[in-house]
Write a protein that binds this ligand. Structure first.
Ligand code: ADP
Length: 730
C-alpha cells in the first residue's frame, strides 16, 4: 500500500504545514513587537535594529525568562505626544540654545523624540521620559511613579542619608545590596578603583575617579595655582593661596610686602576644623602642613553678617564635559556680626567662619521658617535680596558659573584620563555622575571666589530649608542621570555572548564594535574652530543628517539630560558659542601641560630624568662608535670576500710561500764577539755600581722583599739581617 496516498498521511502533512505557518507568523509578530519596544526604550539605533533584537531574544545563551518578566518588560508604552508636534517645539532642537527643560509642559508625559544638534551634526533621538509630575517637584511629597522605570535598582547601603533611599523608592527604584546588579550605586565616599573597573556597562556610580583633584584643599590650590600661572587674567577666581611648607618662602615674602590678614587651614580639613586667622606668618612653624590663604576681608554682608554660598553642581560626564548647576541652594551665615579682622577679634570664629558645623554651637544661631531670616537661607532668598538692592543677579550667577567651570577645567585632564582608564568599554551610558558642593564666598563688589569643593556634600535635613532644597535636588538628579537608556538584560546578554565567543574562540564575524559614548569631546573641542564661520556668526550650526547609529548613545544621553533638567541649568557646554570658544582654550592648555609640572618634587624628578637621559645618550653614542669600528673591520672582511675567487686564491698562495720560505739571516763571528763584549760590560757595570744591592736594600727597608728575593739572594738578605750595609764596598 502506498502510504503517501493515504488520508492519514495527507492530514499529517496539512497539520505540519499549518503549524509551520503559525510559528512563522508568531515570530514575525514578536519581531515587530520587540522592535517597537526597543525603540520605545530608546536604545541606540544599533540596538534597535530588529534583527539584533530578535536574535538576542532567541539567543540560546539567554536565561529562560519567566512569562511574568517578559510581560513586565514589554509593557505598553505611555501615552505619547505626536512626533510632528514635538518637532515643532523648539525644545527638541536641543543644542545651541537653552532648552525649556523641566518647564516644558510636554515633558511630563511626552516621549522625547526629535533632533539634537551636536558638533554641527543633527542626530535623531528617541528617548522615553521618566519625569515626575512637575506640580509635585518642590513640595517634597510623594511623587508620581507611573512614569518611572520600575526595573532600575539602586544601592544606597554606603550612604548615611536615609533620604536618598526614600526618594529613590518613590521614583520607582528598587533598593538592593551592593552584591546585586544595581543600576546606580550611591556612596558617600570615593569607591576604590577595583569597584570602578568591575562595573557593568549599564551601571552608574555617584563619583568620578580623580575628582579628588578639586575636592581636597591642597590639590585644588595646586591645580588653580597652575592654571593661574598660565592664564593670570582668567583665573582670578580664588584668594591667593600657598601650600606650606613647600611655599613657605613665597608666603613670607608676600607677607613682608603686603599688610594682609591670612587664613590658615589644615590641608585636608573640613567643617571649619583647625582654621585660624593671623597677620603674622612668622608664628607658623616652617614645617607645618597647612594651606595659607589671603583673607577676603571685605565680604558681601547681609544684615551685617558674613555668609557663603553652597552651590550644588552636577557633573554627568567628563568627556565631553557636561556640568549642571542647581538653581536652588543654601546660603550659610556667620552668627556674630562682621567686623574686619583685628588682632582682638580674629579668634571669633562665629564672626569669620560661616560653616554650619561651627555656628550651630553659637546661641545666636537662628532657626527661621521665613525666607529672609535665619542662619541658613535659600539661594532664591539671596537672589531676592540682591534684586531689592539693585544688584545684577544674572551677571552674578554667570560669574559663579564661570568660577565653577574653570575649577572643574583645572582638573579636566586627570578626570578624563582616569575615566577612560577605568571605563574603557562603557559605551551605552556614562558610568559616573557626581553632585559637588561648591563653597563660594562673595566680596563686597559681588565677585565670587571659590573656597572649597565637597565631593559628598551633606544631605542632612535638620531644618525646613534643608528639606526644601535637598529633596528636590536628589530627585532631579536621579531623574537626570540616564540609567534608563541602558538595557540591563540586553547588555548582560551581549556580555555573556562576548565571553562565550572569547572562550570558544569563535572565528568569523567579530562582535559589533562598541560605540564610544564619549568619543565626542575631541569633536566638541574643535567644533568652534572648524565650524562654518557663517554658521558661527549666525549662532546656528549647519544641519547635517547623521548616519543612523553614529554617536547614538551620546546623542541619546544628551537629549535625555536636556529633557530632564528639572531645576538644573546646564552651564557646560555653554549655550553661547563665543563662551564655548573661550573655554576651549583652557581645555587645550591644561591638556598640554602636565598637572604635576610645578611642584618641587616634579622639578627634581625632571632634573634627574634629564641627567639620566644625557647619560644614556652618551652611552649610546659610545656604543655606536664601537659598533662603527667593528663594522669597518667587518666591511673590510666583506670586501675581501667579494674579490674574485682566482684573485683570492693567488693572494693566499703568495702568503703561504712567504711563510714557508723564511730562514734566519747570516750572523758573522765578529758580530757575535761584539755582542758578548757588550753583555760583559753590562754585568760589570751592575756589579761595580752595586745596582742589585742598592735595589735589594731599598726593597728591604721599605718591607717589599718577597720570599723569592730572600731565596734567590740569601747572602744579601743575611747581611741585611745582621745590620751590614750592603751598598758599601766590603
Ligand atoms: P572647611 O572645609 O573647613 O569648611 P573652608 O575653606 O570652607 O574650610 O573655610 C571655612 C570658612 O572659612 C568658610 O566658610 C569661610 O566663611 C571662611 N573662609 C575660608 N577661606 C576664607 C578666605 N580666604 N577669606 C575669607 N573667609 C574665608
Amino acid at each position: 500500500m502506498n502510504l503517501k496516498n493515504s488520508k492519514f498521511y495527507k492530514r499529517i502533512q496539512e497539520l505540519r504545514h499549518f503549524s509551520k505557518e503559525k510559528i512563522r507568523k508568531s515570530r514575525e509578530q514578536r519581531t515587530r513587537v520587540s522592535v517597537s519596544r526597543a525603540l520605545d526604550m530608546a536604545l541606540s539605533e544599533q540596538v534597535c535594529s530588529d534583527r539584533e533584537w530578535f536574535s538576542s531574544e532567541q539567543s540560546p545563551t539567554a536565561e529562560p525568562a519567566s512569562p511574568r518578566r517578559r510581560v513586565k518588560k514589554f509593557r505598553c508604552p505611555k501615552k505619547k505626544a505626536s512626533v510632528g508636534q514635538q518637532m515643532d517645539d523648539p525644545y527638541y532642537h536641543l543644542a545651541g540654545g537653552q532648552s525649556s527643560g523641566g518647564n516644558s509642559p510636554m515633558q511630563a508625559e511626552a516621549k522625547l523624540q526629535g533632533l539634537i544638534q551636536l558638533n554641527n551634526t543633527t542626530y535623531r533621538v528617541d528617548c522615553p521620559t521618566r519625569v515626575l509630575n512637575p506640580l509635585k517637584i518642590n513640595d517634597g511629597g510623594p511623587e508620581d511613579r507611573s512614569g518611572s522605570d520600575s526595573k532600575s535598582t539602586i544601592c544606597v547601603t554606603n550612604s548615611r542619608y536615609a533620604m536618598i533611599g526614600k526618594i529613590s523608592k518613590t521614583l520607582g527604584y528598587r533598593l538592593v545590596k551592593e552584591s546585586k546588579l544595581w543600576n546606580i550605586l550611591w556612596s558617600d565616599s570615593f569607591p576604590g578603583v577595583e569597584l570602578f573597573k568591575n562595573m557593568k556597562r549599564f551601571q552608574q556610580i555617584n563619583h568620578f575617579p580623580g575628582m579628588i583633584e578639586i575636592c581636597r584643599k591642597d590639590l585644588l590650590s595646586r591645580n588653580l595655582n597652575r592654571m593661574q600661572k598660565q592664564f593670570p587674567q582668567d583665573y582670578k577666581i580664588f584668594p591667593k593661596t600657598w601650600m606650606l611648607p613647600a611655599d613657605y618662602g613665597d608666603a613670607m615674602n608676600y607677607a613682608l610686602n603686603h599688610k594682609r590678614t591670612f587664613i590658615l587651614k589644615p590641608d585636608s580639613g573640613a567643617q571649619g576644623r583647625g582654621i585660624w586667622l593671623t597677620n603674622d606668618l612668622k608664628t607658623i612653624g616652617a614645617h607645618e602642613r597647612l594651606i595659607c590663604q589671603t583673607y577676603i576681608h571685605r565680604p558681601l554682608l547681609i544684615d551685617g553678617y558674613k555668609f557663603d554660598l553652597r552651590v550644588y553642581t552636577l557633573i554627568t560626564s567628563v568627556d565631553p564635559l557636561r556640568i549642571f548647576v542647581y538653581n536652588e541652594g543654601l546660603a550659610r551665615f556667620a552668627t556674630n556680626k562682621y567686623v574686619e579682622p583685628t588682632p582682638g577679634n580674629s579668634n571669633d570664629l562665629y564672626m569669620h567662619l560661616t560653616n554650619y558645623s561651627v555656628n550651630k554651637r553659637n546661641s545666636h544661631y537662628e532657626l527661621c521658617d521665613n525666607d529672609d531670616c535665619g542662619s541658613k537661607r535659600k539661594l532664591s532668598a539671596i537672589n531676592n535680596w540682591m534684586r531689592r538692592h539693585n544688584y545684577d543677579v544674572d551677571e552674578f550667577w554667570s560669574n559663579v558659573d564661570d568660577v565653577i567651570i574653570k575649577t572643574v577645567l583645572s582638573a579636566w585632564p586627570v578626570l578624563k584620563h582616569n575615566y577612560h582608564a577605568c571605563f574603557p568599554g562603557h559605551d551605552k551610558i556614562q558610568a559616573c555622575f557626581e553632585i559637588l558642593g561648591f563653597d563660594i564666598l562673595v566680596d563686597w563688589k559681588l565677585k565670587p571666589y571659590i573656597l572649597e569643593v565637597n565631593h559628598s556634600p551633606s544631605f542632612h535635613t535638620n531644618e525646613q530649608v534643608d528639606r526644601e532644597v535637598k529633596r528636590p535636588l536628589i530627585r532631579d538628579t536621579l531623574n537626570l542621570v540616564s540609567t534608563s537608556l541602558a538595557d540591563k538584560r540586553l547588555i548582560l546578554k551581549e556580555d555573556r555572548k562576548r565571553v562565550k565567543q572569547r572562550l570558544l574562540k569563535i572565528r568569523g564575524e567579530p562582535p559589533a564594535q562598541r560605540h564610544r559614548l564619549n568619543g565626542g569631546i575631541s569633536k566638541a573641542k574643535i567644533d568652534v574652530k572648524t565650524s562654518n564661520p557663517e554658521a558661527k556668526a549666525s549662532g546656528n550650526p549647519v544641519q547635517i543628517e547623521a548616519e543612523p547609529g553614529d554617536q547614538g548613545p551620546l546623542a541619546q544621553q544628551i537629549a535625555w539630560e536636556d529633557g530632564h533638567l528639572g531645576n538644573f541649568r546646564k552651564i557646560m557646554p555653554p549655550p553661547d558659542l563665543a563662551k564655548l570658544a573661550y573655554y576651549s582654550r583652557f581645555y587645550a592648555q591644561s591638556n598640554q601641560v602636565s598637572i604635576f609640572a610645578e611642584t618641587a618634587a616634579s622639578k627634581k624628578r625632571e632634573d634627574l630624568a634629564r641627567k639620566m637621559r644625557i647619560q644614556i645618550e652618551e652611552k649610546k653614542a659610545k656604543q655606536q662608535q664601537m659598533l662603527n669600528g667593528k663594522s669597518k673591520r667587518e666591511s673590510r672582511k666583506r670586501l675581501a670576500v667579494m674579490l674574485p675567487r682566482a684573485v683570492r686564491e693567488k693572494n693566499r698562495m703568495s702568503l703561504f710561500r712567504m711563510r714557508e720560505n723564511w730562514s734566519p739571516g747570516f750572523i758573522s763571528d765578529a758580530e757575535e764577539r761584539l755582542r758578548h763584549t757588550w753583555l760583559h760590560m753590562r754585568s760589570e757595570a751592575i756589579r761595580t755600581l752595586k745596582i742589585t744591592e742598592n735595589i735589594y736594600s731599598t726593597l728591604y727597608e721599605s718591607g717589599h722583599l718577597t720570599n723569592t728575593d730572600m731565596v734567590v739572594y740569601p747572602h744579601l738578605y743575611h747581611n741585611l739581617q745582621h745590620g751590614f750595609d750592603i751598598r758599601q764596598n766590603p
